[in-house]
Write a protein that binds this ligand. Structure first.
Ligand code: ZN
Length: 434
């Protein structure tokens, strides 16, 4: 007998915290195929799988709107360094030694971590994107992947064409994996390269995912080199016409705000900004004027791939700067959930017709009980240890804290072997620092 997929399922006994921050008690949720089909009191079961989840909260899945999933292979490398030293002495040196097989192992590591953190969709930006897509497909997670394009060197045109072919082939499949154009950043891609990328995105009907104004220096250097700031470059090269994910945009300037279209979504990654001392920037100041969502960046800079942790840090920094009454639970929860909107799928709400991308959080634990305010419990107490089940596209990808599509022990072993191989490629120059 073949594998039976997408069994009808009824979830009973959990409190619902929806993507808009509304809270519902006493309702069951029925899933059929990959969709939610009913949300009401006491749905009778007619042979479907029924799970009871008392003391639990059911929410839409989390979206990680900006990451580099394979960078988990570099977790903890080059700590306590300035951003330039961190990058030049460790990250770049390590990345030049990676091959497609290593990247796939790194992607599996990142995906495993994300699933256990309640992430149902991630937007990735990295090289060897095909291997990341394969890992995502095998693991059961939903992903939107941007093959990274650097704008210098002889092979730029070739790289753009290869990326376009890859994007087209995955988007045509129409499955859980989608792809976007991924120019690295305006400081690593000259305007003519960004224009070409924009034309390709237009032809493919694809979106764009790009790093912008990550540091204050990048904004200054852009002014010196091109006489304009990075978002003006994005506008003039056509990139802002497309559905676009902005990695960071931390140092967006006031005069750039009118350029930003409604279909632009910003992925804030505050843990990286704090660790690499990139300054407070302006995302908090313009929180009401921009579509701010949560990303994690790579685990090389943020050490974890938890959008929930990033949302918590975002709220705490905001409160420290603007007062305890600012950045309310509901506002932060909506920012955490806004990634669904950014990716344009029908997910992010627990309503009939929406995709069954869901997380069940067990809050009946010493670190999260009692639950007076479920949003506070989630945003300020919960972590991956509270994630009990994760459903993507109507299927369990984590059930009772066990990954269903990934053999965790095998991935950890593969990571150990990969790291050892990379050390050998570094010709005795061992990366470990103990
Ligand atoms: Zn990034």
């Amino acid at each position: 007998m073949g594998e039976i997929k997408n069994l009808d399922l009824i979830i009973k006994g959990a409190l619902i915290v929806d993507g808009d921050g509304e809270i519902y008690e006493g309702k069951d949720v029925k899933i059929s195929g990959n969709k939610i089909i009913e949300v009401k009191e006491q749905i009778p079961d007619k042979g479907e799988e029924v799970i009871y989840r008392p003391n639990c909260v059911l929410t839409p899945g989390l979206v990680n709107l900006h990451c580099h999933s394979p960078m988990g292979l570099m977790r903890g490398l080059g700590e306590d360094l300035k951003i330039e030293d961190w990058f030049n002495q460790f990250i770049w040196r390590f990345e030049t030694k990676l091959n497609p097989e290593d990247v796939k192992v790194g992607a599996f590591l990142g995906i495993s971590e994300m699933l256990k953190n309640g992430v149902t969709t991630f937007a990735d930006h990295y090289f060897f994107a095909e291997q990341i897509a394969e890992a995502a497909e095998e693991s059961g997670i939903r992903a939107d992947i941007a093959p990274t394009i650097f704008g210098f060197g002889e092979k730029v045109d070739e790289n753009i064409e290869e990326a376009a072919e890859l994007i087209d082939s995955w988007n045509k499949k129409g499955g859980r994996i989608t792809m976007q154009m991924g120019p690295h950043a305006p400081y690593t891609c000259p305007p003519e390269v960004l224009e070409k990328v924009s034309r390709e995105a237009e032809k493919l009907g694809a979106g764009v995912h790009i790093h912008v104004s990550e540091t204050e220096d990048q904004v200054k250097e852009s002014l010196e080199q091109y006489g304009k700031t990075p978002f003006f470059i994005l506008k003039d090269t056509g990139l802002l016409q497309h559905r676009i994910i902005i990695g960071h945009g931390l140092w967006i300037k006031e005069e750039e705000l009118p350029l930003i279209p409604e279909h632009a979504y910003f992925a804030a990654c505050p843990k990286t900004y704090m660790k690499l001392a990139m300054g407070y920037g302006n995302l908090w100041k313009y929180f009401d004027k921009l579509n701010i969502c949560m990303g994690t960046d790579g685990a090389a800079s943020s050490n974890t791939l938890s959008p929930l942790e990033q949302a918590r840090l975002f709220a705490l920094i905001g409160k420290q700067m603007h007062g305890a009454e600012s950045f309310s639970l509901k506002e932060i929860w909506r920012a955490l959930m806004r990634g669904h909107e950014a990716l344009g799928g029908k997910s992010g709400l627990i309503k009939p017709g929406f995709m069954a991308d869901l997380v069940i959080w067990d809050l009946g634990t010493p670190s999260s009980w009692p639950v007076y305010n479920p949003l506070a419990s989630l945003l300020y107490s919960a972590d991956s240890s509270h994630v009990r089940d994760v459903i993507v596209d109507g299927e369990f990808v984590l059930k009772e804290k066990i990954l269903t599509g990934i053999e965790e022990e095998e991935i950890l072993k593969a990571v150990r072997e990969t790291v050892a191989k990379i050390d050998r490629r570094a010709e005795g120059e061992r990366f470990a620092q103990y």
